[in-house]
Design a protein around this ligand. Structure first.
Ligand code: MTE
Ligand code: MO
Length: 524
């Protein structure tokens, strides 16, 4: 830009701290971002890493920054032109060189709907979701915060340490497979940001613009974390004596400062015989795919996706929660009145159990129903956190004036934790190659809608979703008009989804569980 002063690399490097102002360079510009640091949605610490230098390596890592609105915002802070040293690569070069943090990403199925390339985030096409109780591995949604680490199964070890441990204990993948019984649990994973796009329609939020497809259900197999911890001497009585309260997990994926992805859950969930937490090495009978955590991840039924750490490197027993950015300064929900200028992350707890959720998968928004059609078939999913079963799904095609009860299709019996042998039996009884729709339908039990179905369990452990379907007659007066299809689910604690998105709007756009709304035209 003409008329602005020119600064060298060395001059920029003199501005690393707030008292000297904080400068960064990007492409041919120099920016004073002192006033922006505290407002950075990724946290002040992360952006401070770039202080006095180039933000290009960081933007190569977090490519959600490469958007016109963010570049425009950056331009507001411009103070000069950058004299790039001849030997320093630009951000565009970084993408093709050995410095590219994303050079070893796995290949992916073209049917995935990509939400961001780097880091890779993609959703399952929603039309596929409601067709399969078990989501096939290839199209299971992917939520990565960082590049996918390259790991080998041979020689892989997970380290267990913390309160009650003399020194860290390492378990190899083979140890986990041979020293512990293999357990399988069928559970739904949902990202806290699933359906975030609905918030953006009210007022924009910061985060990936997920539709309804950041959710999926799989059969995960591995060692039970309860068994592993008990083998290490961490069990109820002893844990209490040790004052241990949380289990932290760290992944092999790291940001540029060497900080790994991390999260924690209450110890109670990990050691309870009803927790069903597993260290999984298989997903739907296959070794974990790289995007889903190869060779090992933690599966935490009933809990939000963010805690289910992939590429597991460490398990730490502690008195405190994980201190990671994602546990402390993200994945928490505030009042609609709190925006980025006044958020105090300590004031809300980290999300653990997900509230009740449901969404319409078919028909899609904007599709057309012929006016002579007598009824419309609506399909979707419903799920609640904490193992709370879905007891009912209500559907309306007139925006909530009249409601219809959907049929729940659910192989609920298969969702409980089971050992290897009972898994064999259950899979003989109910498995079929994914993809064969007709067989799928035959095997899906329609839950008898009787109260006794929900009260026979000693502990409610409905970890997996219910798929549902409703056939709704289109009354004469609605023919030729726009139909507003909405659904709402009710869980075993009689939690019901809220009606409006604006009432639950929150700055980070998490836990969007308001009634899903789909508009279809009833015309020719
Ligand atoms: N684990 C690591 N190591 N790194 C991550 O970025 N993302 C988390 C969780 N585990 C993440 C992680 C989030 S936010 C979600 S929603 C789930 O993984 C998604 O799991 P999936 O990609 O297998 O669908
Ligand atoms: Mo997530």
């Amino acid at each position: 830009i003409k008329g602005l002063p020119e600064y060298s690399k060395e001059q920029v490097a003199e501005h690393k701290t707030a008292d000297k102002r904080i400068w960064v360079s990007y492409k041919d510009g120099v920016y004073d971002i002192t006033g922006f640091i505290d407002k950075h949605p990724g946290g002040a610490r992360r952006i401070s890493l770039a202080a006095g230098g180039s933000i290009e390596p960081f933007w190569a890592m977090y490519q959600q920054h490469n958007k016109p609105e963010i570049l425009e915002m950056l331009e507001e802070y411009r103070i000069g032109n950058y004299l790039r040293p001849a030997d320093s690569p630009s951000v565009d070069d970084l993408r093709t060189t050995a410095d590219d943090p994303y050079r070893n990403e796995p290949s992916r199925h073209p049917a995935l709907n990509v939400v961001s390339e780097r880091p890779f985030n993609a959703e399952t096409p929603v039309a596929l979701l409601a067709d399969h109780f078990i989501t096939p591995n290839e199209v299971f949604f992917v939520r990565n915060h960082l590049p996918v680490p390259t790991l080998e199964g041979d020689g892989y070890e997970v380290q267990i340490s913390g309160l009650g441990f003399q020194g860290p204990l390492n378990l190899s993948l083979n140890d986990l497979k041979t020293k512990f019984q293999k357990h399988t649990v069928t559970t739904t994973i949902q990202c806290a940001g699933n359906r975030r796009h609905a918030f953006n329609q009210v007022k924009s939020v910061k985060g990936l613009n997920w539709g309804n497809g950041a959710i999926g259900t799989a059969e995960w197999s591995g060692a039970s974390l309860r068994d592993v911890l008990s083998y290490c001497g961490v069990y109820d009585e002893r844990a209490r004596l040790l004052k241990a309260k949380h289990v932290q997990f760290e992944g092999w994926d790291e940001d540029l400062s060497g900080c790994p992805y991390g999260a924690s859950i209450p110890l109670e969930k990990a050691i309870s015989e009803h927790g069903d937490v597993i260290l999984a090495y298989e997903m739907n009978g296959q070794p974990l795919p790289r995007d889903h955590g190869f060779p090992l991840r933690v599966i935490i039924p009933g809990v939000v996706g963010a805690r289910q750490v992939k590429w597991l490197r460490k398990v730490i027993i502690s008195e405190e929660e994980s201190q990671s950015f994602w546990q402390q300064n993200d994945y928490r929900v505030f009042s609609p009145s709190v925006d980025w200028d006044r958020v105090d992350w300590r004031k809300a707890p980290a999300i653990q159990e997900y509230p009740v959720q449901s969404a319409v998968c078919d028909p899609m928004d904007g599709s057309i129903v012929p006016p002579d059609q007598e009824d419309v078939t609506v399909k979707g999913y419903a799920w609640s956190g904490g193992g709370r079963a879905i007891i009912r799904v209500d559907v309306t095609i007139d925006g909530g004036v009249t409601w219809h009860e959907a049929n729940l299709r659910c192989r609920d019996k298969r969702c409980h934790l089971r050992t290897d042998s009972s898994y064999e039996d259950a899979s003989k009884a109910a498995s079929e190659p994914a993809g064969d729709e007709e067989d799928d339908d035959e095997d899906d039990e329609v839950l008898a809608q009787e109260a006794s179905d929900f009260t026979t369990r000693p502990v409610d452990k409905a970890w997996a979703w219910a798929l549902w379907e409703a056939h709704i007659p289109v009354p004469q007066e609605l023919r030729g008009r726009e139909l507003e299809i909405c659904c709402r689910a009710v869980d075993a604690s009689y939690n019901v989804q809220p009606e409006s998105v604006s009432a639950i709007w929150n700055l980070r756009g998490c836990l969007c569980n308001a009634w899903d709304r789909v508009k279809v035209k009833c015309t020719t």
